[in-house]
Design a protein around this ligand. Structure first.
Ligand code: GUN
Ligand code: ZN
Length: 469
């Protein structure tokens, strides 16, 4: 861990000479690499830090007192005393059309899709409905401190158009694509290999690498695509540079039995996707709970990633992801909510459930590793770390201001952290662990996108509580 200012001279100059810059003073945490909680490597924390943003990008980061000694006027900062600034959270797997079916009772994956998800997705044939839903979804992400996500839309191209339009209007960096499904779903949700190829081409040409938007080919999962549609997807994947691919893999045991019936000649579930050229470092497979050793090896060989969706895996009774096995094999694992199978948009709640899923298997999730995953780790897993994920100079300045004590219980827990040396890794880790275990969207005080404040939450006050004892 370092308290040495990064780019201090340029920061002083930036603020002094250019009033397009803005400075933010708070506790500041970001990661420069996978953290080592013992040595502090990979962790940069300032107990009293300053982040300077210019034209939407990080200009510099430093310790406030060092800055002041170098002539920087701390009065020029927006000051968030006792609050914590971190890069915006990243969610590697989420479905925007499922916002309104979150918390639907009683089913495991296949019945949950049929009873809740498919009927909800039908409404996205209406472009106006989709536009309203996309705005609402993005606002909920921002309330939760999530500034970038890899997002499923629906089979309707107009729902994907609506999503990208909303994201572009809000200047958010998003990865998304039209769901492809040409069988085993209600007729009203089906496309064809030819229509999905045509729709995808049009959407890619309109949105991929336009502003902050990136396109992901999105065959929903192997049961809802014919081999012909998957072959067309592989052709597109090879044709356009920088495309992503997202789909689901080995989430549920019934789903896996179905794959055996539908693709009897495939070696295993992953092989279905592999045969059509869908693996690679920009491919993100949701879940991957029930994988064979050969599948894990093949994911690692091709650099393909797994999105770990703990609230969804618990809620839908899908199973427990063996994260250590994947990581030891060299498979990139990212952190995701999978709303509406997942039960919260909050990456804090997602980390809390990830911790418990791993505890049940004798594994741990160190809080520093957890917050690395939600920021730089996910940026790396999504090949976005050239753009964002930490506060390296030049990165896009998406960040959150976090209130560590959003409830009386949290304030009590945070105040009990022994902080003889306020910036020691141990006390930082303890504070972060309490934050991820007890926290949710109520901890997100402000969210900034490209240096601009886009969301603020009025602080909870004592006056909001009334007592009769
Ligand atoms: N598998 C195929 N579609 C879905 C979906 O929408 N959610 C989840 N969790 N799994 C899926
Ligand atoms: Zn999903």
């Amino acid at each position: 861990m370092s308290d040495v200012a990064v780019g201090m001279e340029s920061m002083v100059n930036a603020i002094g000479a250019n009033n397009a810059a803005a400075a933010f003073r708070a506790k500041i945490l970001h990661f420069t690499d996978q953290p080592d909680p013992i040595t502090g490597a990979g962790i940069e924390y300032f107990d009293d830090g300053v982040l300077v943003v210019e034209q939407g990008r990080v200009k510099a980061l430093g310790d406030a007192q060092h800055m002041a000694a170098a002539g920087f006027d701390l009065q020029s900062c927006q000051h968030f005393p006792d609050q914590l600034i971190m890069p915006g959270f990243i969610d590697s797997h989420i479905h925007y059309p499922q916002t309104s079916v979150i918390a639907s009772y009683g089913e495991q994956l296949l019945d949950w899709l049929n009873n809740y998800t498919f009927p909800s997705e039908a409404r996205f044939a209406n472009a106006e409905f989709a536009a309203l839903a996309a705005h609402e979804f993005l606002k909920i992400l921002l309330q939760n401190g999530t500034t970038t996500a890899m997002v499923y839309t629906t089979v309707f191209a107009q729902s994907t158009e609506a999503f990208f339009s909303a994201a572009a209007q809000m200047n958010l960096r998003m990865i998304s694509g039209k769901v492809m499904m040409d069988r085993n779903a209600p007729d009203y949700l089906l496309d064809t290999p030819a229509s999905s190829e045509q729709d995808c081409r049009a959407l890619i040409e309109r949105w991929h690498q336009q502003g902050r938007q990136l396109y992901a080919l999105t065959p929903r999962f192997a049961p809802t695509s014919t081999p012909e549609q998957l072959a067309g997807t592989g052709k597109l994947y090879a044709q356009y540079p920088g495309l992503y691919l997202q789909t689901h893999l080995s989430e549920n045991l019934q789903e896996m039995a179905w794959i055996k019936e539908l693709y009897p000649r495939a070696r295993d579930y992953l092989d279905v996707y592999d045969q059509f050229g869908l693996l690679g470092p920009r491919s993100v497979f949701g879940h991957g709970i029930h994988l064979s050793d050969l599948e894990v090896e093949r994911l690692a060989q091709t650099g393909s990633g797994i999105a770990f969706c703990p609230t969804s895996n618990l809620f839908l009774g899908s199973g427990l992801l063996d994260m250590a096995r994947l990581e030891n094999a060299g498979v990139p694992v990212s952190l995701a909510t999978d709303v509406g199978g997942g039960t919260s948009f909050s990456q804090l709640r997602t980390l809390a459930e990830a911790y418990k899923v791993l505890q049940l298997q004798g594994q741990n999730l160190h809080p520093l590793k957890g917050f690395y995953m939600a920021t730089l780790g996910n940026a790396r897993a999504l090949q976005l770390d050239n753009y964002l994920g930490n506060f390296a100079p030049g990165k896009e300045a998406d960040f959150v201001v976090i209130n560590l004590g959003a409830t009386p219980l949290q304030a009590l827990r945070q105040s009990s952290v022994q902080s003889d040396s306020p910036d020691s890794v141990k006390s930082l880790a303890e504070k972060l662990f309490a934050l991820m275990t007890l926290g949710d969207e109520h901890n997100i005080a402000h969210t900034y996108v490209m240096g601009k404040k886009v969301f603020s939450r009025a602080p909870a006050t004592e006056g909001a509580l009334s007592w009769a004892i």
